[in-house]
Design a protein around this ligand. Structure first.
Ligand code: OOG
Ligand code: NI
Length: 455
């Protein structure tokens, strides 16, 4: 059998994630500070908690930690979204999940492009939260048509990037040389462009409709708006941000601090005001735009549908007490609500609230058939099998809305009556999104089978 002439998509993704990180560090120097800070916090956390280090090692999560990032972009048309799907496929990234943000006053719906296989996640779990503007939510018909015409006329991909996507699809892969070129060309789509493509007046009109609409429509491409490293202790990282005078968001989104972290906790520093230029001869030829920010996150246990339902109920309880949302003494309300969520791995696992990854321990060598005979709970109790949390690889709609809101540079609160419309999103994408729960269940099932058990 001859070796494949192609570079594995996991390697292309790894190269791309590194190139993106370098570019963003140049564009937004504060991101570099954030990376240093997170690296320090992670080293301290691992040093103080050898059990955590061992667990991350067992689930292949330690090596990926330093390289781990997610980014976010926003696009305007079905064609842009569908082409992004093909571009991300070159890097082994597939659309997972549907997020409706209109209910939270942000006129977009979204998916996350990410690797789905266990080995690919271990290599580099780079993911991109990708939103599609819902133009139909612009009320003013004339403005809606203006926005649609501007979007239809732009091309966010370089001709060479498009050619290399086609090459990948036809040849079933890219060679190392083609991959290097692809990474450089793809990067062009996500670069910041400080020249607006529209007049100052059009920019202002779109800004007034919703700040996000101006961000999506008025520039040459969907600039990456943040890149997020993963911290092992977000409270320590948040405190370190504040100690360095970084303008961090007040509230950490997601669940409260717990002994067993679940899902995802996130905080960000506020978006920068950046200079932009409008076409020459315009009444105003310079201004500022707020879009790009920094974010950090801590990832924990992936919850089952049962666990997720409990999470959603408790979060709503904390937010809706007195109709206060995340204002007032939110941290206390959140902590109080979540006392109802079990906080030890054994209970979480036995009650089917989260997904776990099973593996044989050293002790199993003594008596290999014992696991099947004992059953999973007894085998764990006897120290023959380890059960480690499966890490949540996705996003949370309420948190995402909070991140959007705090970074739009205004304090507008709008509500759209629009319904979630996954079918319309998938039609624009040109493919169905995958179900995240099914992916986690597969990981758990495969690990059970590997220790000689099936549920
Ligand atoms: C995306 C915000 C969502 C997250 O981590 O939940 C997000 C955006 O502002 O475009 O990145
Ligand atoms: Ni984010």
């Amino acid at each position: 059998m001859s070796a494949s002439p192609h570079l594995h998509p996991d390697e292309i993704r790894h190269l791309f994630a590194q190139a993106m990180s370098r570019m963003y560090r140049d564009e937004v120097p504060l991101y570099g500070d954030l990376m240093d800070l997170v690296a320090e916090v992670n080293a301290a956390t691992l040093g103080a908690d050898p059990a955590l280090a061992a667990r991350l090692q067992r689930s292949d999560a330690l090596d990926r930690l330093d390289a781990e990032r997610h980014g976010a972009i926003r696009v305007g048309t079905a064609r842009e979204l569908a082409t992004l799907r093909r571009l991300f496929a070159v890097m082994g990234m597939q659309p997972v999940g549907y997020y409706d943000l209109a209910v939270a006053g942000v006129p977009v719906h979204a998916t996350a492009f990410r690797p789905v296989e266990d080995t690919s996640l271990a290599r580099n779990p780079f993911r991109v939260f990708t939103s599609l503007l819902r133009l139909e939510l612009i009320e003013d018909a004339a403005l809606r048509e203006t926005a649609a015409a501007i979007l239809d006329a732009r091309e966010i991909f370089t001709p060479r990037a498009l050619a290399l996507i086609e090459r990948f699809e036809q040849a079933g892969g890219l060679t190392a040389d083609e991959a290097a070129e692809f990474v450089a060309e793809a990067l062009e789509t996500f670069r910041w462009h400080s020249e607006a493509t529209v007049s100052h007046a059009t920019y202002q009109a779109l800004l007034a409709a919703h700040r996000l609409i101006a961000d999506v429509v008025c520039f040459r491409g969907p600039h990456i708006n943040h890149l997020t490293p993963r911290t092992l202790d977000i409270d320590a990282a948040q405190a370190a941000m504040q100690a360095r005078g970084i303008d961090a968001k007040a509230v950490i989104e997601g669940p409260p601090r717990r002994r067993c972290p679940i899902l995802l906790r996130q905080t960000s520093f506020k978006a920068l005001q950046e200079p932009v230029r409008f076409p020459a001869g315009d009444s105003a030829d310079a201004g500022t735009h707020t879009a790009r920010f920094g974010e950090i996150e801590q990832r924990g246990l992936a919850l089952t549908p049962k666990g997720r339902a409990l999470y959603d109920t408790l979060l709503a309880r904390a937010r809706e007490a007195d109709g206060a949302g995340s204002t007032g003494d939110y941290a206390s309300r959140l902590a109080a609500a979540f006392t109802a969520f079990p906080d030890n791995d054994d209970t979480l696992r036995r009650e089917g609230l989260g997904y776990y990854r099973y593996a044989l321990t050293e002790a199993d060598r003594a008596e290999p058939s014992a696991v099947t005979r004992l059953g999973i709970d007894a085998a764990i109790a006897a120290g023959l099998v380890s059960a480690d949390p499966v890490v949540y690889e996705d996003f949370l709609p309420v948190s995402a809305a909070g991140i959007f809101q705090s970074n739009l540079g205004g304090d507008e609160q709008r509500a759209y009556a629009a319904q979630a419309n996954q079918a319309a999103f998938e039609a624009a994408l040109g493919a169905p999104v995958q179900d995240a729960f099914a992916l986690y269940a597969q990981i758990e099932q495969a690990s059970l089978a590997a220790v000689g058990l099936a549920r």
